[in-house]
Design a protein around this ligand. Structure first.
Ligand SMILES: Cc1cc2nc3c(=O)[nH]c(=O)nc-3n(C[C@H](O)[C@H](O)[C@H](O)COP(=O)(O)OP(=O)(O)OC[C@H]3O[C@@H](n4cnc5c(N)ncnc54)[C@H](O)[C@@H]3O)c2cc1C
Length: 409
């Protein structure tokens, strides 16, 4: 295949930004077009539900690279521009404004978009979603002490918004349809732990509840009508019921899509000229030995680096153990792995201390680890998992055994 001279990246989020940076780091001197429908330079989203939402950090602190570094990459920046279609025959990307872009290699980094509620009245201006900086700013404007916030969805985003709002003195109700919090990501004992933590800080956590509709009282207030008949008045409703990969362009272009753009570990699609990375991929993970779609900061960065190298025809690997974190109040939750089911954990430390690690074993290997305020354990556990070192449950649980000692097998 000829050496690329023009590389187009669609999606200028964290993954898109890292693709551009890596292409230059690897010595690519050709043209890079970075197309992003948001007007902000590439930024990281985790603070949008945390320090940016509470006003403790400014929007600019989220930039993946500062303005000078971005400038030095010398990319053709198409900010506020949407890619509308891909023609794989002519290797051209159509935009909603400006001339079409020719590519030798194309990288899709279109990320995720929020899942929306299809309920009557859900289009009320005080029913909001949180995905980008504009959403975070709009929500922040409504967060004033003693107001009432209803959070729909007891997943990561909903719980982080709840914690930020409590910090700012709001009354908070969390409505979760399932019978536990973060059920998609966490084992039952951790769901119960988080529910206890939020309740202890004054959040009204309601599980197994259904919403029927939203009623407009005034433009500034909305009423949540529960299926059981109760109504809840709110100054603001924030909906966090998950995201879907933004595969629209890929699908229309005839690429294989299955809960994400199907790629190998380093983002190669079935088209040798097209690559994908970040939230939008359903990629092979060598550690898990199956395909996964990850919605995480670490994947957005590290798979982007691998995909950029692959797009240049360089040797590339990406076999990270999946890693995710969340901050709520003074709790730092970190997890490794994506287990297909949960077994009884081996506990190190006590939940009641708000600092503990739960190890999930498959035979004598670590399958997943969840740590609360125990980042150090995660560091060691990652090495144990990467090297697939057999572990002994009794030693794992014994606080007198240094975790590092287990690295020797
Ligand atoms: C509020 C919030 C908090 C989070 N907290 C954490 C956390 O604590 N820990 C963690 O590990 N992860 C967290 N995440 C997840 C993490 O931020 C995402 O996994 C990461 O942003 C994915 O990056 P991405 O570049 O793949 O996709 P995205 O960030 O979704 O970026 C994709 C970009 O492409 C643009 N785009 C899409 N289609 C087109 C098109 N056709 N033309 C032009 N542009 C297009 C989109 O508008 C977007 O700007 C959080 C996410 C959110 C929203």
């Amino acid at each position: 295949m000829e050496h690329p001279e023009r590389i187009v990246v669609i999606g200028a989020g964290q993954a898109g930004g890292w693709v551009a940076k890596t292409l230059r780091d690897e010595g690519f001197e050709g043209r890079i077009d970075l197309v992003g429908d948001e007007s902000f330079l590439p930024y990281e989203r985790p603070p949008l539900s945390k320090a940016v939402l509470t006003g403790e950090a400014a929007d600019e602190t989220t930039l993946v690279f500062d303005a000078a570094t971005f400038e030095s990459l010398k990319v053709e920046w198409h900010g506020g521009v949407r890619a509308t279609s891909i023609d794989r025959e002519t290797r051209t990307v159509e935009l909603d404004q400006g001339e079409p872009l020719r590519y030798d290699r194309l990288v899709l980094a279109t990320g995720s978009r929020v899942r929306r509620l299809g309920l009557p009245g859900a289009d009320h201006p005080r029913v909001r979603y949180l995905r980008d900086l504009a959403d975070s700013a709009a929500i922040r404007e409504c967060l004033a002490p003693e107001r009432r916030l209803v959070v729909v969805g007891g997943g990561w985003i909903g719980l982080e918004v709840a914690a930020s709002a409590r910090k700012l003195g709001l009354e908070v109700i969390v409505l979760e349809a399932g019978d536990r919090l973060c059920a998609r990501a966490l084992p039952p004992e951790l769901s119960a732990f988080l529910a206890g933590q939020h309740r202890a800080r004054g959040v009204d956590v309601r599980l197994g509840v259904a919403i029927e509709s939203f009623r407009s009282t005034t433009p500034d207030r909305v009423q949540v009508v529960m299926a059981a008949g109760e109504t809840l008045d709110a100054d603001l409703v924030v909906v966090g019921i998950g995201v879907v990969p933004d595969t629209r362009l890929a699908e229309a272009a005839g690429l294989e899509v299955d809960n994400g753009v199907v790629t190998d570990a380093v983002g190669r699609t079935g088209d040798p000229f097209i690559f994908a990375c970040g939230d939008v991929t359903s990629h092979h993970n060598p550690f898990l030995d199956r395909r996964v779609r990850l919605e995480s900061w670490a994947n957005a960065q590290n798979q982007a680096i691998a995909a950029a190298r692959a797009a240049l025809g360089l040797e590339s690997t990406y076999e990270d153990v999946p890693w995710f974190w969340s901050d709520q109040y003074d709790l730092n939750v970190q997890m490794l792995g994506v287990p297909s089911g949960w077994r009884e954990p081996v506990m190190r430390g006590d939940m009641s201390d708000n600092a503990f690690t739960a190890f999930y074993l498959d035979g004598d290997r670590l399958d997943a680890v969840v740590a609360v305020n125990n980042a150090r354990d995660i560091k060691v556990a990652r090495r144990l998992m990467e090297r697939r070192i057999p572990v002994d449950a009794a030693r794992l649980a014994d606080p007198a055994t240094k975790l590092q000692a287990l690295l020797k097998g």
